[in-house]
Write a protein that binds this ligand. Structure first.
Ligand SMILES: Nc1ncnc2c1ncn2[C@@H]1O[C@H](COP(=O)(O)OP(=O)(O)O)[C@@H](O)[C@H]1O
Ligand SMILES: [Mg+2]
Length: 550
């Protein structure tokens, strides 16, 4: 067991990567004339890593009010002193900037090497599957995989965009393609852009993988490597770089560089290939693609009859049921839809396909939503909680992680039962990663559950603000909105897909209903620890993230 002291000292170790902490602690001690407490050091590290005070309090298991008092009387005043700032002017979000100006941020050796010194150290380990899923069951599409193989290996296509609606099987198809061809390349790298990484960040990531030891990170640097070595790059979820609600083709802020990125990879001379996967075709591709060009577009449709039947057979049908043919037609071979309806038919209609078809004549677009709604509403509280967690996590997680993060009162076996039941309903998938069993959401379900979570939490926080107390708190206690320790790309996604929409809805409700937050903030700050953060719940950090609280 870690002692409290060890726990505090172990918090936010990543601050040491960029900051000269020893010198900083020593200087703080000099100006204050006192030993710096472990709690203060931890808060300082946290602030340097851009955590909010509310999150720091949560991590330290203090109430926010108590921590504010503590920091106000000590650390904040010393920080003002070493940053040469007037007393009582500290704003916590300014701390990194102040200390950087005072030279406490370390310059990384390789960050400023001159271009002449830059070099490419080609690494022998040249395969990185990144966030690519492990596709265990893949049916049909033999001709499609062969055709794309020919395009990439035979025709040496530079840029291939694989497009189609969500859940149609784009990612699975490209995983199969890449499994077949990646050994023909010097380098293979898969990245998902669902966190809408800015172009510069992706470039830095690719160049680092390719062994490029210099930080200019320009598109020209990447092209130089694509000329020297044969690389296969896959960028999944490319639509995340495009703006919502805009005409097709406008990039999000920070992502504008993808236009040049695509154009240059498409048109310049080199020996590599880039495969994009996305719902929409970027306009750099639609304007220039053609079967006689090195830029191509492939539209993914549903599975053909044979593949669809194989999929249904794997889900308990014999293949000779009445109505199976009509079912495949109705859902146009969409593998996600078929998987989900197959579960529903088995569960609610005893496997009777005709009966199911008679009762639901839904179009494909509605089917997923309606089926998911029906399925979701029938779930137990524990099952819903599990789905929400998997949606927040946005990646496969193990039973033990799920259990520890959920702070479950229930026994492990109930959680296992819930997971089994969700799997049986085809809402989650199970896979084995390095010998460990992991769970994740079906892609279509992920979208639905994330939206539902945002909706529920938004309602909850509005009620809290209207009632000015925490009586109706529920999901904000049991689920985190953004994970402190998740990889950056996941955090970025949680912020974009979960936190931001909740904050937007909350801001709108506050404005519409003239809600005052001051009384609530006062109450929270004065609350006894047991009222706010009984055992270790996520309330403090969630309220801080939404901005109900500082
Ligand atoms: N050919 C296939 N055979 C079996 N299952 C498939 C096939 N294609 C896709 N799936 C399954 O359907 C679901 C959606 O596929 P996915 O590739 O993630 O869709 P997309 O990337 O188009 O959103 C996944 O669970 C995937 O495993
Ligand atoms: Mg996909």
């Amino acid at each position: 067991m870690l002692s409290d002291q060890d726990h505090i000292e172990g918090l936010f170790p990543e601050a040491a990567t960029n900051w000269d902490l020893d010198r900083l602690y020593a200087d703080l001690q000099t100006v204050s004339g006192k030993e710096i407490k472990a709690v203060e050091k931890a808060c300082l590290r946290g602030l340097l890593c851009r955590y909010r005070p509310g999150q720091l309090a949560f991590k330290l298991a203090w109430t926010s009010g108590a921590l504010r008092v503590e920091l106000n009387k000590g650390l904040y005043r010393s920080l003002e002193a070493i940053a040469d700032q007037p007393s009582n002017t500290l704003r916590w979000e300014k701390v990194p900037e102040w200390l950087e100006n005072k030279g406490y941020k370390m310059q990384r050796q390789n960050l400023h090497s001159s271009p002449e010194n830059s070099q490419v150290n080609f690494k022998p380990n040249s395969v990185d599957w990144g966030e690519a899923p492990n596709i265990q069951a893949f049916y049909g599409r033999t001709d499609e995989v062969a055709k794309l193989e020919q395009w990439i290996l035979g025709d040496r296509c530079h840029l291939l965009a694989v497009c189609g609606m969500g859940g149609i099987g784009k990612t699975a198809l490209v995983v199969k393609l890449a499994e077949n061809i990646h050994t023909k390349f010097d380098y293979f790298i898969w990245r998902s852009l669902r966190g809408a990484q800015p172009t510069a960040q992706l470039l830095a990531d690719l160049l680092q993988f390719l062994g490029f030891a210099h930080t200019g990170c320009s598109i020209s640097d990447l092209l130089e490597i694509l000329r020297q070595k044969r690389c296969l790059i896959v960028l999944d979820d490319f639509e995340a770089t495009l703006q919502d609600g805009e005409l097709v083709g406008a990039y999000r802020q920070g992502c504008e560089g993808y236009a040049e990125f695509l154009q240059r990879i498409g048109f310049e001379r080199h020996q590599s290939s880039l495969i994009l996967i996305g719902r929409e075709q970027p306009k750099e591709i639609s304007m220039n693609q053609g079967e006689d060009q090195l830029i191509r577009h492939y539209k993914v449709n549903g599975l053909q009859r044979q593949g669809a039947f194989e999929l249904l057979r794997a889900r308990g049908f014999t293949g000779s049921e009445n109505g199976l043919e009509a079912l495949v037609q109705q859902y146009r071979g969409n593998p996600s839809a078929l998987r989900i309806v197959a579960g529903t038919i088995q569960e609610l209609f005893n496997g009777n396909v005709s009966e199911f078809l008679k009762q639901t004549a839904l179009a494909l677009g509605d089917v997923l939503r309606t089926l998911l709604y029906q399925q979701f509403e029938r779930l137990s509280k524990l099952e819903k909680d599990v789905l929400y967690w998997l949606a927040i996590k946005h990646r496969p997680i193990s039973l033990s992680t799920l259990r520890s993060q959920m702070n479950l009162q229930t026994s492990g076996s109930e959680l296992i039962d819930a997971l089994e039941s969700l799997r049986w309903r085809s809402l989650i998938e199970k896979l084995t990663e390095q010998g460990e069993v992991m769970f994740l959401l079906e892609p279509v379900v992920l979208k639905y559950v994330s939206r539902k979570f945002v909706e529920e939490v938004s309602k909850e926080v509005v009620v809290i603000a209207m009632q000015q107390d925490l009586k109706s708190i529920n999901l904000l206690r049991s689920h985190t909105l953004v994970e402190d320790l998740a990889p950056d790309s996941i955090r970025a996604m949680q912020i974009r897909l979960i936190l931001k929409p909740i904050k937007d809805k909350f801001a709108k409700a506050i404005a519409q209903n003239n809600i005052e937050l001051d009384t609530l903030r006062e109450k929270l700050a004065n609350a006894q620890p047991s009222q706010v953060s009984e055992d270790s719940t996520y309330i403090d950090s969630n309220l801080a993230l939404i901005g109900v609280w500082w």
